[in-house]
Design a protein around this ligand. Structure first.
Ligand code: G6P
Length: 606
């Protein structure tokens, strides 16, 4: 998500920090800022938009004597991308400055408490609440920054990587993390923090990877790591990395796509932040919005496939009739949109022209619009009446992967939320699903390396194929469509996704020994049906990859057992398997995985 750099050393800190932010630009951001202590004062400069805006402001300042500083590029998750929400944030007395990547889940409660104590806020962010809480901790602990941090962080829930500076300690920085990336760079007479290694790569290749619950203090000549809760010292190992700049940007992965596929456990965790509560689902964004009588989902590409998956789920769990439409069709139809309905516009970028046109049409017809998107402040979020953010962080690879995972998570939350409100979903069933969903990131963390190895093996075997059929039934049908789309997009191998039961109405004519089928045949109530469809393929000598679960009676050429997951949660395992197969095929064939020919990340034309 956001880019972070912190520096304590002997060089002018501000130019170094700005240069570090430039090296983090590839991640995408919507505003930037720096802070430093100079002549006894804590300075904070911020600007919306690209770094040029910040540099313009810095031109008018003499910033060359500070040798400690920090900078941030913000990728908004709370509050619009405007200057007041840009980082660093100061506490209300202006003595501390904080940069933050992540989401503080319980910031509203803490904000209310601090407001009652007379604290004034200038932004809409959770980060400003945190810096004020640390300031309160300083008062409670006689000005001791470490104690204050330990106390304040003990009170917050959520995910964060933060760097803190204090007017009273101009040569020191503190940092800590929980579930958000943060690394430390160790130099000679200088030390660094970064959200990613490229932030400081020109200066040092000696790094310390920080773990959750570790608190670090650096000066130009020292670095110390402590347990955040107990403040007991922790010994850490310095690692020397040989990554070049490009590898560092990709976190050591070969492509952004594989990096993003592996980020999916975190994506689920981040999407759930602040939204599950005991066994229930809390969607503050929908407070006061009535449960729709009908839902019209409008989207394009991968987001459309997520919408199709959502249809099965919302109809089943919440009993709401759902229609899913390709936005470019919806906008030119004369759709019937009776009152009481809601349009759900799904878009990662929030800038897809056809989806925006769909929103406009819905509004002309008097229907409220809920936007489900990733980019805060995007056109979809501005045009919609209500917005639910997927909180997936920037997606760089053109072929969408982690964004779909976050959309599925959000759609599942919506189904549970509406099911609970309408009473169609018993509380105990909801609680079970919430528990299973919250456990899914760990399941996936364990499963991903094995899934990748299997995908590599299969890719080598099938790389000569010129066409592929993807089959799935029920909730696995949209996933079959997505698997085929991924393969087409990045490996340029023709692929068609089909509902297994529909295969006999056409595609079966194509089956021969050179036309392989990728079948999703998991342990669910439709398994026997899928199995008989596959027998039809085998009768025509077609080879099959069967994505299935251990113990199921399925005899195919390549059986790919994946971990069992309850009901709709199987999608969170199936999706990465499909993505990894496409990825490994494309990589094996030497294709330009992150920038496939003819495709754009954000389609802002018709
Ligand atoms: C483009 C991208 C796809 C994406 C689609 C919809 O075609 O290449 O990956 O799924 O647009 O984009 P959106 O940002 O609206 O989800």
């Amino acid at each position: 998500m956001c880019g972070i750099i912190g520096y304590c050393g002997h060089r002018p800190a501000v130019p170094l920090v700005v240069e570090g932010l430039r090296r983090l630009e590839y991640r995408g951001y919507d505003s930037a800022g720096v802070s430093f202590v100079q002549s006894g004062a804590l300075h904070v400069l911020r600007a919306p938009g690209k770094l040029a805006g910040l540099e313009k402001k810095l031109e008018d300042e003499n910033v060359f004597s500070a040798t400690t500083g920090m900078g941030h590029t913000r990728w908004a998750t709370h509050g619009a991308p405007v200057e007041k929400n840009a980082h660093p944030h100061r506490d209300h007395e202006g003595k501390l400055a904080l940069i933050h990547n992540g989401i503080i889940e319980n910031y509203q409660e803490i904000k209310a408490e601090l407001c009652a104590e007379g604290c004034e806020f200038r932004s809409d962010t959770d980060s400003e609440v945190l810096v004020n809480l640390i300031a309160k901790g300083m008062k409670l602990h006689g000005g001791d920054v470490m104690q204050a941090l330990s106390w304040a962080l003990g009170r917050v829930e959520g995910a964060y990587a933060i760097v803190l500076m204090s007017m009273d300690h101009p040569g020191t920085l503190w940092a800590t993390r929980v579930a958000s990336p943060l690394v430390m760079g160790i130099g000679t007479g200088e030390n660094f923090f970064g959200s990613d290694i490229p932030a400081f790569l020109p200066y040092t290749r000696d790094v310390v990877f920080l773990e959750d619950g570790e608190l670090v203090r650096i000066t130009s000549g020292s670095w110390e790591v402590f347990n955040t809760a107990t403040l007991a010292p922790i010994a850490k190992e310095v690692q020397h990395i040989n990554w070049d700049v490009q590898a560092a940007e990709k976190g050591g992965h070969k492509h952004f796509m594989i990096k993003e596929i592996f980020e999916q456990p975190k994506v689920i965790r981040d999407c759930l932040l602040g939204r599950i509560d005991g066994g229930g689902v809390r969607l503050a964004e929908l407070d006061g919005v009535p449960v729709p009588e009908r839902l019209h989902i409008v989207a394009c590409g991968t987001s459309y496939h997520a919408g199709l998956w959502g249809m099965y789920l919302i109809e089943k769990l919440a009993g709401i009739p759902v229609q899913v439409e390709i936005a470019s069709e919806f906008r030119y139809r004369d759709p019937i949109l009776p009152k009481g309905g809601l349009v759900l516009a799904i878009s990662q970028s929030g800038e897809t022209m056809d989806t925006l046109a769909g929103i406009k049409l819905a509004k002309q017809r008097g229907l409220p619009v809920l936007g489900l998107c990733n980019v805060v402040g995007s056109s979809v979020s501005r045009e919609s009446d209500h917005v639910l953010y997927t909180q997936a962080g920037p997606e760089i690879s053109v072929a969408s992967t982690k964004a779909m995972c976050s959309q599925l998570t959000a759609l599942l939350l919506l189904a549970l939320y509406w099911g609970g409100k309408k009473g169609t979903l018993p509380a105990a069933d909801c609680a079970r699903m919430v528990t299973d969903l919250a456990a899914m990131p760990d399941v996936l963390d364990d499963a991903l390396p094995g899934l990748r190895r299997e995908a590599q093996k299969l890719a080598r075997h099938y790389a000569g194929a010129t066409s592929f059929l993807y089959l799935g039934r029920g909730m696995n049908f949209p996933l079959a469509l997505e698997g085929a789309l991924k393969l087409k997009e990045i490996s340029y191998i023709h692929a068609e996704g089909y509902a297994s039961g529909e295969m006999k109405h056409g595609p079966i004519a194509l089956i021969d020994p050179d036309f392989p089928t990728f079948a999703i045949a998991l342990d669910d109530e439709l398994f026997p049906k899928v199995k008989s469809n596959l027998v039809e393929v085998q009768a025509r000598a077609g080879e099959i990859i069967g994505l299935t679960n251990e113990g199921l009676d399925l005899a195919v050429e390549h059986r790919w057992n994946v971990p069992r997951a309850a009901g709709p949660l199987s999608a969170f395992v199936t999706l990465p398997a499909l993505q990894l197969f496409a990825y490994e095929m494309a990589d094996y064939l030497g294709k330009d995985v992150d920038q496939p020919r003819n495709l754009a990340k954000s389609v802002t034309v018709e």
